[in-house]
Design a binder for this molecule. Structure first.
Ligand code: TEU
Ligand code: CA
Length: 553
């Protein structure tokens, strides 16, 4: 038994608008630029576009610092541009969801300007203010997700305000009912303009720990686990669902930073009436802890896939993704981005990402296998997270630059934020001006135009996989079984529903592998094979990064 929903069947395409397409030559991607490229997105077979923040912002954190929730960032366009974008999306039979950034606002938001103007301001209680503990010591030892103290002192009143991210992103006080009403109102504003749901930024952090006690040393290792466990979180989510989401046929995805797999059903079980899905970061963050890069294995990766699959419980649903605007390019992290392997490994990753159980999220550029960019020094980082880490490690004299730089280069969010590579012409077809952020030099080889005409390209592989998923309910709703948890480089899982069974097979390494199927499995038909192999040639020799989906007998 399964519960069909359009948002389970959809594939979502995430757009980071600043880096997608520039329409007016100022070097910044914008809404008309996105509108002009909708046919590319449509051609993938996706039904939903998730637009990263499009709100008025001083842009300290890529738009995740909102100055006005009802205005469009002038760098991205106007409200008319937004309305035209929505109509053009609807004309193509697609839907738009937007980012909802309401754990915090910008420090330039009118509420915060009022709040900091005086202790008696009616907006004071929109944020979280406390006196310090003695001279120059913050109220408690909370640390920011980006590193450093989570409190900043406001000179005017001498009090500290809480910020889980940068000091330019003060956290809202959700315990204040007026704050909740304001958030509900702004959500309705966008729903009435035609959006079909929200990706909710840092949403699990909105309820703050009771009494704001110090974190223990152990808790300081992963402070998000405490931040995501506020006592009223579920009340606020249910309230939001009841007040805003339920009356609309929309989709909601919560960023689940700090939430464990075990806690997932509390958010997404349909009977809870909270959220439809969560984004867990266990898989995308395999092999790293904050900025530190570690070893990881395919076995570990498979164990996470199994946990992720069961995490929502029988009455819930999950997401599947290997990229977003906060993480390195998947082909550079999980794959092999050397020229001879980049396309094969991107096809392999696409296969396992799109055919797992869950709503898939494709990040712009992932569909052509865009890669990380080189960094030569701290001056190359635009990302406020990378710069904050540098400040707290190298500049603080704690870790040598030679140790931090290569790791930061690998994890920097900048890797995902270089301009989209449309063609091999000037500025990769992204802009006629000077791009706001440097292009990846590999755009001459890796670009949409070039892949358009090559049937075996990464781009065309995405199109085939997405079409296949749409054509088989089994690939959407069917159960997920990891049939070979122990193999060190091959991922083999089945998807089954009502007697039909498919096998997804991926060789996750750059060498050929001699592979025998687990007992009882026999291939009956090739649906997609990345090497174009015929049925009798698929096994036992798997090529480097060979990936496919096959009907089982
Ligand atoms: O991210 C919050 C988050 O959970 C982290 O993944 C964080 O981005 C990461 O540790 C930094 O490397 C969301 C947004 O996706 C991110 O872009 C914003 O910076 C952040 O919230 C604050 O709004
Ligand atoms: Ca522009």
């Amino acid at each position: 038994a399964f519960d069909p929903r359009w948002w389970k069947e959809a594939v979502v395409y995430q757009v980071y608008p600043r880096s997608f397409c520039d329409s007016n030559g100022d070097g910044i991607g914008d809404l008309p630029g996105l509108t002009s490229r909708l046919d590319h997105i449509r051609s993938l077979g996706v039904q939903v576009i998730w637009l990263c923040p499009h709100y008025d912002t001083p842009n300290v954190d890529g738009g995740y610092d909102v100055r006005d929730y009802r205005r469009i960032d002038p760098a991205l366009g106007t409200m008319e541009d937004f309305d035209r974008l929505i109509s053009a999306i609807h004309e193509r039979g697609m839907k738009l969801i937007v980012d909802l950034v309401v754990n915090h606002t910008s420090d330039q938001h009118e509420w915060f300007r009022q709040a900091r103007s005086s202790r008696d301001s009616p907006y004071r209680d929109f944020y979280i203010w406390r006196d310090g503990r003695g001279e120059n010591e913050p109220p408690n030892n909370f640390v920011s997700v980006f590193g450093g103290a989570a409190w900043s002192r406001d000179e005017a009143s001498g009090q500290y305000y809480l910020h889980y991210f940068t000091p330019a992103q003060p956290d809202l006080n959700w315990d204040n009912p007026q704050v909740r009403q304001e958030v509900h109102a702004l959500m309705r504003f966008w729903l009435e303009r035609g959006v079909s749901g929200f990706r909710m930024d840092s949403i699990c952090l909105i309820s703050k720990p009771e009494g704001l006690p110090d974190l223990t040393l152990a808790e300081l290792e992963n402070p998000e686990r405490i931040y995501a466990r506020g006592p009223r979180l579920h009340d606020y989510l249910r309230d939001m669902n009841h007040e805003v989401l339920a009356p609309h046929d929309c989709m909601s995805i919560g960023e689940a930073f700090g939430v464990s797999y075990a806690e997932t059903p509390d958010f997404v079980d349909a009977s809870r009436h909270e959220l439809d899905m969560l984004f867990h970061f266990n898989i995308i963050r395999v092999g790293r802890h904050d900025w530190q890069v570690q070893q990881w294995t395919v076995r570990e990766f498979k164990a996470l896939m199994r946990e992720e699959d069961t995490s929502p419980g029988p009455g819930g649903w999950t997401t599947t993704f290997l990229e977003n605007h906060d993480n390195p390019r998947s082909v550079s992290w999980f794959g092999d981005d050397r020229p001879e392997m980049v396309a094969a490994s991107a096809r392999a990753l696409a296969t396992l990402m799109l055919l797992r159980r869950g709503t898939p999220f494709v990040y712009q550029g992932e569909e052509i296998g865009m890669t990380d960019i080189p960094f030569t020094g701290v001056q190359d980082f635009e990302d406020v997270h990378a710069r904050t880490v540098w400040h707290n490690t190298v500049e603080a004299g704690k870790v040598p630059a030679e140790e931090v730089l290569p790791q930061l280069g690998r994890i920097s969010r900048d890797n995902a934020r270089t301009p989209m590579q449309w063609d091999d012409g000037p500025q990769a077809g992204f802009t006629t001006g000077t791009p706001w952020f440097r292009l990846n030099p590999r755009y001459r080889d890796i670009n949409v135009a070039r892949q358009e005409t090559d049937p075996s390209s990464v781009l065309n592989h995405y199109r085939r996989l997405i079409a296949l998923r749409a054509a088989h309910r089994t690939l959407i709703y069917g159960d997920f079984v990891d049939v070979d948890p122990d193999h060190p480089s091959v991922i083999a899982f089945t998807r089954g529903l009502e007697g039909e069974r498919f096998l997804v097979l991926v060789n996750l390494c750059s060498s050929p592998v001699h592979y025998i199927l687990p007992l009882g499995l026999e291939l009956a038909e090739v649906l997609i094979d990345s090497t174009g192999a015929a049925l009798r040639d698929v096994l036992p020799e798997l090529a480097p990064w060979q990936a496919g989906v096959y009907r089982l007998k």
